[in-house]
Design a protein around this ligand. Structure first.
Ligand SMILES: [Zn+2]
Length: 231
């Protein structure tokens, strides 16, 4: 009886606030979440996680040492994945990040190249940007991966405002400045740990590279990189 009422209530709410597919804007049916079945089946998978020396790994050659890297989907302009990213970043639809993370996590569990992960770390956003957006989309993706895989997400890195503000901090501050624009939480011990670094989209790999350097500098044994999409 109670279920029946809830169902009717949901249907009623749906009349005024229909759930729309994040890629094509069609109404979602009760069993669909974030994407309609058609869009979900047509997302362009890369299959990179299974292959050594894939194009995402090659972005980092000669720059930083990675155990493995890959992206789940191709980022094609004007297509579903771009529209999803736009809503995740600018329309406050953070559930899209969780959804992406769960799908990414499922794929990572199938890959033998990503079977030794201890911690998940998300690429940090500039604090002002995170405040304006309401959340860091990469963190939402990381939490989705944690849900699916059981690997622990840690809040290891933050982007620093600028170098001038760093000089004001005292030596008891647990955040240690690493590199030019990141600081690392020294209360989390990552010595000898295998870290998986997460971002939404990789293009040149420059931001990820700076993050990887910071994590290795802090003592991690290996770093791997996974992103939802690659441009
Ligand atoms: Zn759709």
């Amino acid at each position: 009886m109670k279920e029946q009422i809830l169902k009717q209530l949901n249907a009623f709410v749906d009349l005024f606030y229909p759930k729309l597919c994040a890629a094509c804007d069609h109404h979602l049916s009760a069993h669909e979440e974030v994407l309609c079945l058609h869009c979900e089946l047509h997302l362009p998978l890369t299959h990179y996680f299974d292959y050594e020396n894939n194009p995402v790994e090659r972005l980092f050659w000669g720059k930083v040492q990675l155990l493995a890297a890959g992206s789940l989907y191709f980022f094609n302009k004007g297509e579903g994945i771009q529209r999803m990213m736009h809503q995740l970043k600018y329309k406050r639809r953070k559930e899209i990040g969780l959804w992406m993370g769960r799908h990414l996590g499922k794929r990572l569990l199938l890959s033998k190249r990503f079977d030794k992960i201890d911690f998940i770390v998300a690429v940090p956003l500039h604090p002002k940007k995170e405040f304006k957006r309401g959340y860091n989309q990469s963190k939402m993706i990381a939490k989705g991966i944690e849900e699916e895989t059981g690997w622990r997400w840690i809040d290891l890195l933050k982007r620093t405002e600028n170098n001038a503000s760093q000089t004001k901090k005292n030596k008891y501050e647990r955040w240690l400045n690493v590199g030019n624009s990141f600081s690392i939480d020294t209360s989390i011990l990552i010595n000898n740990k295998n870290v998986l670094l997460i971002d939404d989209v990789v293009t040149t790999g420059a931001t990820l590279e700076a993050n990887v350097s910071a994590i290795l500098e802090a003592g991690a044994k290996t770093v791997s990189v996974a992103t939802v999409a690659c441009a």
